[in-house]
Structures are given as structure tokens and as C-alpha cells.
Design a binder for this molecule. Structure first.
Ligand code: ZN
Length: 273
């Protein structure tokens, strides 16, 4: 705006000096406004700070499973659409040998990540509202589609794996390119997977799971309804191995869970910026 205004004033000055234009001084200064005009009162109330990195963004976090799933076998074994085929509504998830449930790990990391993302300006939608023995679900088709309507900017499904003898480490699962299900999201989902992998590996210093083919912390799957039914970029992250003692120590400590959550939040910021 400033250059335009300067030019306009300059043009008025030149024309006036040349005697080609004579304006009353009030017209040059512009019309006066009442000091209590509504716009001025509003302007006084507006506070401006640095823009938050995720302002205006919507992020879905999907804490995998539900603590009570094992109490509702008929509900969670019911077949639901999973992207061109049917699959059980949900599963119980795994646990450490000491009895720390995957559902609870997923829930606590999701809540910590939610807080960080909201502080960065995002609106965060969780696929479940609690981690309780008297609840089950939601089913994978609900988890898969939940971000589509908004639409969300991305969705991260949070899990822990269980692999005896597999050693420590995480891996990130992205959808394959499968028309019509994931053709629209497989490329941005891969970019999101790379951001999550970088954040967990380089940022948090976590190793890649050695028991996943390739050993590079990435996996591509076509059999997961949670990924197949999403129309927004999405990944599933297996934060670590709940049957490995080093990963169990991390997962069962508040500090370890904070590190997972911080890495996921940083990945979201990086992917969206
Ligand atoms: Zn899981």
C-alpha cells in the first residue's frame, strides 16, 4: 500500500505545484473520522503476535485400539469395510510382558502430542475420547474416514508393536498406491512418513526396527483400513517394540512418552511448513 500512497501524494503535489490542481487542504488530508468510530475501537483491541506455525491446521491423531477391546470380542471381531475388502472392526493390540497395554501407550502419547500441536496453533481431533476398560473401538473404518470430512491436513495413527526377538526400534507405515482407495494420498502420505521417520530417528535418536524388511524404518502396506479409507495424508507409526526391554523402558516412562510425542509434533510442523 505504501508505494501507491506515496505515488498518489507525489502526483497531487506535482499537479498542485504546476497550478493544474487546487485542492482544499482538508481534501488532501482525507475526511476526518469520529475518534470513537467502531473500527478504531476494534483496532485498539487487536493484539498481534508472531503467527503460530500450525495456525489454521487440523490434525487427526488416532491412538490405536481401546483398552476395553478384549472385553467386547463380538463387537471388535465384526467385519467392517477396510478399502475394497472387509476386516475385523479392531483388535486388542499388544502389551509389554509386564502388562503395560499398547492401548494405553498409544493414548498417552497421543494426548501429549495433542497438547504440543495445540500450542503450535493446530486444532486436534482424536479418534477416541478415553482409554477405558468399559469401552471398545472405534472400528478401523471410522478411524480411516474421520479426517475426510473436515478435511484434516494430516492424520497420524499411533501404535506400539510386539515382536519377540526383533530388537528395538520404530517403523512408519504408509499406504501403497492402490486405485481408487489410496491413489489420491499415497504420495503426500509418503512425504509425511519421511518427516515422521526423520523426526523419530534423527531428532529423537531412535533406531529403525530391524525386523521390518528393508531396515530403513519405512513400510508400505495395502491391508490397513485405517490408511486405506483416508482421503487425507496419513501414516501409521509403530513407535517401538513392546517385547524389547530398551523400548519397554522408554514406553513405560513419562520421559520416554514425552520424547515420542515431541517427535511426532515436530514431524507434523515440518510436513506442514
Ligand atoms: Zn497396534
Amino acid at each position: 500500500m505504501r508505494p501507491f500512497r506515496r505515488t498518489t501524494l507525489l502526483a497531487v503535489a506535482v499537479l498542485t505545484a504546476a497550478g493544474l490542481l487546487a485542492l482544499p487542504s482538508a481534501a488532501v488530508a482525507g475526511p476526518t473520522r469520529s475518534p470513537d468510530a467502531p473500527t478504531e475501537a476494534f483496532a485498539r483491541q487487536v493484539t498481534r503476535g508472531p503467527a503460530l506455525p500450525l495456525a489454521g491446521r487440523v490434525i487427526v491423531l488416532d491412538p490405536g485400539h481401546q483398552l476395553g477391546n478384549h472385553n467386547f470380542p463380538s463387537e471388535i471381531n465384526r467385519l467392517v469395510p477396510a478399502g475394497g475388502f472387509k476386516k475385523a472392526c479392531n483388535t486388542t493390540g499388544t502389551a509389554t510382558d509386564g502388562g503395560y497395554p499398547e492401548s494405553t501407550l498409544n493414548w498417552r502419547v497421543a494426548k501429549l502430542a495433542q497438547r504440543r500441536l495445540e500450542k503450535a496453533g493446530a486444532q486436534v481431533l482424536l479418534t477416541r475420547a478415553a482409554d477405558r476398560q468399559d469401552l471398545w473401538g472405534p472400528c478401523i473404518n471410522t478411524r480411516g474416514r474421520i479426517g475426510n470430512k473436515v478435511p484434516a491436513d494430516l492424520k497420524i495413527s499411533i501404535h506400539g508393536d510386539g515382536n519377540y526377538g526383533g530388537g528395538p526400534g520404530f517403523h512408519v507405515i504408509a499406504p501403497t498406491d492402490r486405485k481408487p482407495w489410496t491413489h489420491d494420498i499415497y504420495a503426500p502420505s509418503k512425504a509425511l512418513a519421511l518427516a515422521v521417520r526423520h523426526s523419530l530417528h534423527k531428532g529423537a535418536g531412535l533406531p529403525y526396527a530391524g525386523y521390518i524388511a528393508g531396515g530403513d524404518g519405512l513400510d508400505f502396506r495395502s491391508d490397513l483400513g485405517t490408511l486405506n479409507l483416508s482421503n487425507v495424508p496419513t501414516v501409521m507409526v509403530e513407535l517401538g517394540n513392546m517385547k524389547d526391554s530398551a523400548d519397554v523402558d522408554r514406553m513405560t516412562s513419562a520421559r520416554g512418552r514425552r520424547a515420542y510425542a515431541a517427535a511426532l509434533a515436530r514431524a507434523a510442523v515440518k510436513y506442514l511448513s
